[in-house]
Design a protein around this ligand. Structure first.
Ligand code: NAG
Ligand code: NAG
Ligand code: NAG
Ligand code: NAG
Ligand code: NAG
Length: 649
């Protein structure tokens, strides 16, 4: 072995005189992808500060620690930025820094405040997001194939295929997750390179490369190909794109369990590198005429891979990963059970806590068809008052959604549950306002209008700072058919549902406005909308009681007794109750849009002349009907699957 090493070294030294032009001193700025999010961060100055801080941090790590991979995060304020940068390992420090500079310039060319973006060059990639994506992959690769077929295409194709398979298997086992190889083929060689983001687990790196490998395979026997997503990168070419002394012998990593350990794998890289280098030199010398011919790099056609900023694909989680995170979906980890299915608390391998929602598994091909598109849509919704969908998992019939975890569970726990009475007025007001903002975003600001259909205090979650985040939006099509039919135990959610929707199946954004009004009354009163309170010997439901008190100018009677009499601003409270009653008016047309609600809440003078009209009480005592006639039921379920008509928790 020592002998081989020596021969290798001397040949390497020889080879260095022959170094390929255009490899050193080339940051490889051929642009493969540039995507900007269409969503703008809410606070531009805060966002820019965080973005600049992250980029500065990345630059610092590159120049001071000579890293080729770095992550940075600046999370002050409402607009956190998470950034990741990676150079191909064969680039020199100088080229790596140059690639970063180019990527930063390019990524800043997204519209100001775009809350996520990525740039992929041949030489490096840069990405930032408003959420932590460091351990995630897209599993939806971009592919770019050359337009020329290699000479001796059969041989090239067969060898190429094996090279790519080896890279897929070997790369995840190599420290730093990168490998560059050069393999002889008739009339030339195949240079190939694979790399994963270093924050991925070995398994995830393998997953990512498996997708890329199956994509890039389709390029063969073209002379070159690239396949990549933000988690990993794969490229091959008959033209060299890295210096030969960068190649390693990956064969030790292809053996079962081989090269897994850190120390021994390092040794293998060194030895492998030398042996590989020696072999390659011999190969190259024999191929010299060919080498000269293919010196000038070919331009690669851009096909349709570039440009077009699409919706980002949802992150795919592995079933085994989620199973481990929730301890095999243990009952102890159940956070709650909603119309869609059980929600579990999960702790990922990296310590990140998430909420894992197992959807009722239905036997419907409609769900399969809709799952991807719905999940993609919803995972692109970013607003501080909306719960983030982090990704999904689909295993046979089983459909699972992964959400950000909300430390304080749901609002109903604070109003009627075990934490009853623990919210002060200021906190309640913030929840009233934040919930309105979240809904306004869904209705009017996201690029398609999303009607929630099931606004209730159980669907308003609270984060660590007791800021509200609305959950369960946009997934109506995922609900299996049998869940959309009326159940007998309907009253709980029915109390929130607009009368025209319950009775006639007429659905509009104003149905959400109505439900929002009911939630606001619950926040003010601490009374569940379906609970009865005795008033002067008669029993009244919340809405009826609120209206009666309002009519008598006694609306402060409605206020939760756990709020001390001097703990709130009386005018503010009256305004909030007035707005809630505007929202629950019988005519959908007269209810304010959610953006108007936000304006009303934020303005100091609540207009005296905005008198709400009397709400409809479905029965004279305000009691929601116990059961609804068959004709009504069918009209409701015909109004497309509606998760507002599912049993309450
Ligand atoms: C690889 O070779 C180039 C010259 O071709 C040299 O500049 C560089 O330092 C070498 N790298 C290593 C890791 O030996
Ligand atoms: C935006 O963020 C800055 C902190 O960077 C803060 O001072 C400012 O009040 C915020 N503006 C708004 C409108 O929230
Ligand atoms: C961020 O950096 C850009 C470019 O260097 C600069 O124009 C901008 O003023 C900086 N913004 C903040 C908030 O520091
Ligand atoms: C930035 O965008 C402008 C207009 O969209 C374009 O003209 C310019 O070439 C872009 N610059 C870079 C570096 O992409
Ligand atoms: C391949 O693509 C290059 C660059 O787009 C182009 O100039 C060349 O004509 C193409 N060759 C073939 C055979 O299509």
């Amino acid at each position: 072995m020592v002998e081989v090493k020596l021969v290798g070294l001397s040949l390497l030294w020889l080879w260095s005189w022959w170094s390929l032009e255009g490899v050193e001193g080339d940051p490889q700025l051929f642009l493969l992808k540039w995507d900007c999010s269409g969503f703008i961060a809410p606070n531009l100055s805060n966002f820019n500060k965080n973005l600049n801080a992250s980029f500065a941090d990345l630059r610092d790590q590159l120049s001071n620690q000579r890293k080729h991979f770095a992550t940075a995060q600046a999370t002050a304020g409402t607009d956190p930025v998470y950034a990741m940068f990676q150079c191909r390992n064969y680039l020199s420090d100088t080229d790596c820094a140059a690639c970063l500079s180019a990527a930063v310039t390019k990524i800043r060319n997204c519209s100001a405040g775009a809350n996520g973006a990525r740039v992929v060059y041949d030489g490096c990639f840069l990405r930032y997001e408003s959420n932590d994506f460091f351990d995630q992959i897209f599993s939806r690769s971009s592919i770019l194939c050359g337009n020329q077929t290699a000479d001796g295409s059969t041989d090239f194709g067969a060898v190429g295929e094996q090279v790519l398979i080896d890279l897929r298997i070997g790369t995840p086992k190599i420290r730093g997750y990168f490998a560059a190889t050069k393999t002889k083929v008739a009339g030339g060689a195949i240079y190939a390179f694979a790399q994963c983001a270093e924050t991925l687990s070995q398994d995830t790196c393998l997953d990512c490369l498996s997708v890329e490998q199956s994509s890039i395979q389709g390029c063969l026997p073209s002379t070159e190909g690239r396949a990549f997503d933000p988690g990993c990168f794969m490229r091959y070419s008959e033209t060299p794109f890295f210096a030969d002394n960068q190649t390693i012998d990956i064969s030790p990593f292809l053996k079962q369990g081989g090269g897994g350990g850190g120390g021994s794998s390092k040794k293998w890289i060194i030895i492998g590198g030398c042996v590989g280098g020696a072999l390659l030199v011999v190969i190259l010398i024999s191929l010299f005429p060919w080498h000269k011919r293919s010196q000038s790099p070919k331009r690669v056609p851009t096909n349709n891979v570039l440009g077009a900023s699409e919706l980002k694909g949802a992150t795919k989680f592995k079933y085994s990963e989620l199973k481990a995170a929730t301890r095999n979906f243990s009952e102890k980890n159940i956070l709650g059970e909603g119309g869609f299915g059980a929600v579990y608390k999960g702790t990922m391998k990296n310590g990140k806590v998430v909420a894992v929602k197992k959807l009722f598994s239905g036997n419907s091909s409609e769900i399969d068809d809709n799952f991807e598109s719905e999940v993609t849509l919803v995972s692109n919704v970013h607003h501080r008052n909306l719960v983030r969908l982090l990704g999904c998992c689909s295993k046979g019939q089983e459909k699972i959604l992964v959400y950000e975890y909300m430390a304080n569970n749901s609002l109903d726990k604070f109003l009627f549950g075990n934490r009853k009475g623990s919210l002060n007025w200021k906190q309640r007001y913030e929840i009233v306002l934040g919930t309105a903002r979240g809904l306004a975003y869904l209705h009017e600001e996201f690029y398609v209008s999303i009607i929630h259909r099931d606004i209730k205090s159980g669907n308003v979650l609270l984060d660590g700072q007791l800021q509200p985040k609305i959950s369960d939006f946009g997934l109506v099509k995922l609900l299996p058919g049998d869940q959309s039919h009326l159940r007998t135990k309907v009253a709980g959610t029915l109390g929130y549902t607009a009368p025209e929707y319950v009775l006639h199946g007429q659905l509009s954004k104003k149905a959400d406005t109505y439900s929002y009004g009911i939630v606001v009354l619950e926040i003010v009163s601490g009374q569940r909308c379906t609970d009865v309170k005795s008033v002067d010997g008669s029993h009244e439901y919340l809405l009826r009681r609120a209206w009666d008190l309002y009519e008598k100018g006694m609306e402060l009677e409605l206020v939760d007794k756990s709020l001390g009499p001097n703990s709130y601003d009386i005018e503010e409270l009256k305004k909030v109750i007035g707005i809630a009653l505007l929202c629950t008016q019988p005519s959908a047309g007269m209810r304010p849009a959610m953006s108007e609600v936000v304006v009303l809440l934020s303005s100091n003078d609540f207009l005296e002349d905005m008198r709400p009209s009397m709400p409809i009480f479905i029965e004279s005592n305000g009691r929601p009907p116990r059961d609804i006639s068959a004709s009504t039921a069918s009209s409701v379920s015909n109004a497309s699957a509606s998760n507002s008509i599912v049993p309450a928790r």
